[in-house]
Design a protein around this ligand. Structure first.
Ligand SMILES: Nc1ncnc2c1ncn2[C@@H]1O[C@H](COP(=O)(O)OP(=O)(O)OP(=O)(O)O)[C@@H](O)[C@H]1O
Ligand SMILES: [Mg+2]
Length: 263
């Protein structure tokens, strides 16, 4: 864990969670999360179902308030912020939802243009250019006129990603972006996460169940277990980590581990 003050903007870590706790109906789900997110890198959060990954991400986006703890974004703590202050910070964020959440009654152009019309003063011509480039970035050039119902699941996710990048976010959040996709569509989405990370220099925060994807694209991996981060580091550090819950998770997921506790 880096030692410098998390309430001061740090060059390496853009987001820093400290001692985050959250209970629902008396049941403690987050039990003191400490997590650092590296700027411009792909940060992947892994862990079993129900261990608190989505709840953690919702706190990062300012959608849930914790019972206690801190979430520093560039040194500013989200936790005490008002909704007005949070809305300003959220302009740095883009979100890619599990089920793409496109508007079925709008075509692809209208779906991607929507945030630009709502939140910017760009002209029609500028918006057209941005949408064209966004569709090129997700390898779907020229499908502006199609409707969501005409697209495959993988294409819908890519259109969702195009809609997220038009607002030029600094941080992109993905909650299980490859759920429901076959291995080839999964690899396409992985490759896109990696290319968008590099092309736009964003900070990517990804929740994933898929260990093949995780080890293919992650710069940094954090494992959530029982409401705590039990391991974090580079993919190599994670493979060497001796935490038994992590090793068990990796072994069950078909990843061969090098730690000493297992043979
Ligand atoms: N708004 C809520 N109210 C009550 N309980 C909640 C709420 N949101 C999440 N929980 C509970 O918190 C726990 C963690 O949920 P979370 O969605 O973070 O799991 P997860 O790690 O994302 O799992 P999965 O991999 O299945 O998506 C679960 O037991 C869930 O029922
Ligand atoms: Mg989840």
């Amino acid at each position: 864990m880096p030692e410098n003050d998390p309430s001061v903007k740090d060059e390496k870590y853009q987001i820093r969670i400290r001692d985050l706790r959250k209970s629902f109906k008396g049941q403690e789900i987050l039990k003191g999360i400490n997590l650092d997110i590296e700027r411009h890198k792909i940060n992947i959060i892994i862990g079993g179902s129900g261990h608190g990954k989505s709840v953690t991400m919702k706190h990062l986006m300012g959608l849930l308030k914790p019972d206690s703890g801190h979430i520093y974004v560039d040194g500013l703590d989200l936790v005490p912020m008002t909704e007005y202050q949070l809305n300003k910070i959220r302009h740095k964020f883009g979100m890619v939802f599990q089920y793409a959440a496109l508007f079925d009654s709008m075509n692809v152009f209208e779906n991607i243009a929507f945030p630009l019309i709502e939140h910017t003063k760009k002209s029609k011509g500028e918006i057209k250019d941005v949408v064209t480039k966004a569709l090129e970035s997700v390898n779907l050039p020229g499908i502006e006129h199609k409707f969501p119902a005409e697209l495959s699941g993988g294409m819908r996710k890519r259109v969702g990603l195009a809609r997220s990048i038009v607002m030029e976010p600094e941080v992109l959040f993905y909650d299980e972006p490859t759920t429901g996709l076959d291995p080839i569509a999964t690899k396409n989405v992985d490759d896109l996460i990696a290319s968008i990370n590099e092309k736009f220099g964003v900070t990517s925060v990804v929740i994933s169940h898929d260990m093949a994807s995780t080890f293919r694209i992650a710069h940094r991996i954090s494992m959530l277990y029982g409401g705590l981060i039990v391991a974090e580091g580079t993919p190599d550090e994670i493979l060497q980590c001796s935490d038994l819950n992590l090793q068990e998770f990796l072994t069950v997921s078909g990843v061969s581990v090098k730690g000493e506790a297992r043979n």
